[in-house]
Design a protein around this ligand. Structure first.
Ligand code: CU
Length: 500
């Protein structure tokens, strides 16, 4: 990598971490060079047509191999596989146990989990990160704990009482997370409560959104410089691996859906037409009380639990609305008007179903912080003899695996202020715990959170400051980062050392 001729002098921290740079040729930049506007600047639109309207398939369940109760024991193997998204085209993907999304893991709170991970990805290290889950630091699949190709390791942890929620799992190896996820490695991990306040009659359906880009020959193209800048956005948003699948319900039915944004970088502002939505849960489990919603924003890595009421016969769709998350360069993909999922409501009335309870569970406030910290997101761009280089920084620094950014104390409440001084939204995620968002501030206007909730990922819009309370209860090294995975890979990540 050439380091001569930078125009900006303030990039010393970026220079110290050459891995944190996106190297771009001038011609690739929109409006620069002779070929501005060619297909490097504008992500190619796929001509491949995917079938729609097929019956929504249940995600395969990861079988529990343990003979004792209170123990969940299984094996997850990451390896190359082939998927058939479109007729006659085989797409090479990466899969857990042969499927993408990976198998659904369902474990009851209070259980012990032992999952052996086999990495059969040729020539690449991987890990499994248990996104949002209360697991010890050395079991959390950090980039510092790689699982080399053709080796295995067992992750083990207890899921305490009260930890029921909608978590997920995905790789987190140094420098390869974004690619391994868009090639297919992600799955849902639902921790069930011992006693569920939501009526069983509502069902419990996991909907995992992923984002697929297919070339005409069925392969997944490599990421372009535009993908590195904005995060990779695909051509097809899939639900459980299917494009616009369909579900049939009787009129009057209520359904419980767990929505997962498992895309690398796509913001999903969603609504059902003609079917009222009620939010009952976030990343870390149920709210205190249901909250009606006209539309919802699910930024990369966020989850929501919804109850949807299907009161009118006929088809109703889950569709996307416009959301401007800041886009650099040409080729901003269409956000609005995508149909993700169709529910066909029949004329047959549903059996009498119990109402949704008014109270779901208590959530204790985290209380007054002992420590205040501030994290500032910036993007840097500089030209050198070789082209354009871009960095994504937290407090002026790009990620360095050998550096501790923050030292904190286990059990102590902290207030984290995340200020986004960049031109794009950046969804912020912390490992090892769930936090409570206190307020958002933009242009001097402060808006308090509408409801108390446990979250592990929150969108920080450009120009916005988000304040949240968090407490890490387990010691060890924890990552915090932007969950646009390309940004995480290009430097927008840090390490907090939680001391006992
Ligand atoms: Cu970001």
């Amino acid at each position: 990598m050439h380091r001569r001729g930078f125009l900006a002098a303030g990039l010393a921290t970026v220079l110290a971490s050459p891995r944190a740079l996106a190297q771009m040729k001038m011609d690739d930049m929109p409006g620069m060079g002779a070929h501005a506007g060619h297909d490097m600047a504008v992500p190619p639109q796929s001509a491949v047509v995917l079938p729609e309207g097929e019956t929504l398939r249940d995600l395969p369940l990861l079988a529990n191999e343990a003979a004792t109760s209170g123990l969940f024991k299984a094996k997850l193997t990451a390896e190359p596989a082939k998927a058939r998204f479109a007729e006659g085209l085989d797409t090479p993907i990466l899969a857990y146990n042969g499927t993408s999304p990976g198998p659904l893991i369902e474990v009851v709170e209070g259980s012990r989990v032992e999952i052996t991970f086999a990495n059969r990805i040729p020539d690449e290290a991987s890990t499994i990160h248990w996104h949002g889950m209360p697991v010890p630091a050395d079991q959390d699949g950090n980039p510092m704990d790689p699982v080399a190709t053709d080796t295995e390791r067992t992750y083990s942890f207890e899921l305490p009482e009260g930890s029921a929620g909608s978590y997920w799992y995905h790789p987190h190896p140094h420098g390869k997370t974004a690619e391994q996820v868009y090639r297919g490695l992600a799955g849902a991990f639902v921790v069930k409560p011992k006693v569920d306040p939501i009526p069983l009659e509502y069902g419990d359906t996991v909907l995992v959104f992923t984002d697929l880009r297919l070339a005409a020959d069925g392969t997944m193209p490599d990421s372009t410089t535009v993908d590195l800048m904005n995060g990779r956005v695909g051509d097809h948003v899939l639900v459980n691996g299917q494009k616009n699948p369909a579900l049939a319900v009787p009129v009057g039915a209520k359904r419980r859906f767990r929505l997962y944004n498992a895309t690398n970088a796509r913001f999903l502002r969603l609504s059902f037409d003609d079917a009222p939505m009620t939010i009952i849960g976030t990343d870390g489990g149920l709210l205190e009380a249901p909250v009606a919603a006209d539309d919802i924003l699910l930024s990369p890595a966020e989850r929501l639990e919804l109850i949807v009421s299907f009161d009118k016969p006929g088809p109703t769709t889950l569709y996307t609305l416009d959301y401007d998350r800041g886009w650099m360069g040409a080729g901003r993909p269409a956000d609005a008007g995508l149909t993700l999922f169709t529910v066909n409501v029949s004329e047959t009335p549903a059996e009498a179903i119990p109402p949704l309870p008014d109270r779901l569970r208590p959530i204790a406030q985290l209380g007054a912080p002992a420590v205040n910290r501030r994290f500032v997101f910036t993007e840097t761009m500089a030209m050198n003899a070789n082209g354009m280089e871009m960095g994504f920084l937290i407090n002026g620094a790009a990620f360095d695996m050998g550096r501790i950014d923050v030292v904190s104390k286990a059990g102590e409440v902290e207030l984290w202020e995340i200020a986004n001084k960049a031109d794009m939204d950046h969804p912020f995620h912390v490992h090892g715990t769930q936090f409570q968002v206190v307020e958002h501030e933009r242009d001097g206007q402060v808006s308090k959170s509408a409801y108390l909730a446990w979250k592990d990922t929150v969108n920080v819009a450009r120009g916005e400051t988000v304040r949240l309370l968090l407490r890490q209860d387990r010691p060890g090294l924890r990552m915090y980062h932007c969950h646009i995975l390309e940004h995480e890979q290009l430097g927008m990540m840090g390490i907090v050392d939680v001391q006992a």
